[in-house]
Design a protein around this ligand. Structure first.
Ligand code: ATP
Length: 207
């Protein structure tokens, strides 16, 4: 699972998903837009449009799934609730991984029921350019004893571990920067898939 606001989806998300799948030999990566992101302001673009952009961005990429399951629930889109549904779909013994960028990982102890996350999945932390702040104490204690050195050690169990991953192509792209560029009428070309850019332009989003 790679959850996010995807406001809009960009190549940092998509290359991370492709490379995570390769590096961890995952069957598939469910990219799941948050309907109501719990820890940030409501996005300017509704979840249905963010999902549409995600579908356009993924296109026919093997193993990547634009998964709209959080749009089916009202209230804050807690990842624990989403992982419960993935666990139900895949069964108790399947190895599930929740991937987050380092910036998102830094706030993990503030998430809803963080201990429960580790009962449901492993956490893979993706190194992200410009985000190298040290871990807060609450997060250090949350992950004590959970860190795995490699994917093989992580996957000895269905859930409960933490693995830091430095993916081959680290991309310094953020949705915040894309939104700013669009608001200022600057180019976003080659920072996200052309199909997503075309959708944004056709709907005049982020102006
Ligand atoms: P914003 O700038 O609006 O906060 P974002 O670019 O960080 O958006 P999100 O949708 O919030 O994108 O991110 C979803 C997940 O993808 C998070 O775990 C985030 O850390 C990760 N992520 C986002 N961009 C990158 C990137 N360039 N490289 C690696 N991981 C990323």
């Amino acid at each position: 699972m790679l959850g996010g606001t995807f406001d809009p989806v960009h190549l940092g998300h998509l290359r991370s998903a492709v490379e995570l799948r390769e590096v961890l030999a995952l069957d598939r990566v469910h990219m799941i837009p948050a309907h109501v992101p719990p820890l940030r302001e409501a996005p300017g673009v509704c979840s249905a449009e963010r999902l549409t952009m995600l579908e356009a961005g993924i296109g026919d990429a093997p193993g990547l799934v634009a998964d709209g399951r959080e749009l089916q629930r009202d209230g804050p889109s807690y990842s624990t609730d989403t992982l419960v549904t993935l666990r139900r779909d895949y069964g108790e013994q399947t190895r599930l991984v929740m991937a987050v960028g380092h910036d998102a990982f830094l706030r993990l102890s503030e998430w809803h029921a963080p201990e429960r996350l580790f009962e449901l999945a492993h956490v893979a932390v993706i190194d992200r350019p410009g985000h190298d702040a040290p871990l807060p104490a609450a997060l250090e204690s949350l992950i004590t004893g959970r860190e795995a050195q490699d994917a093989e050690a992580l996957f000895a169990r269905p859930a409960g571990g933490v693995l830091r991953i430095r993916l081959p192509s680290r991309m310094d792209i953020s949705a915040t920067d894309l939104r700013e560029r669009l608001a200022e009428g600057r180019s976003i070309r080659y920072l996200l898939p052309e199909a997503v850019e075309a959708y944004i332009q056709s709907r005049n989003l982020y102006r």
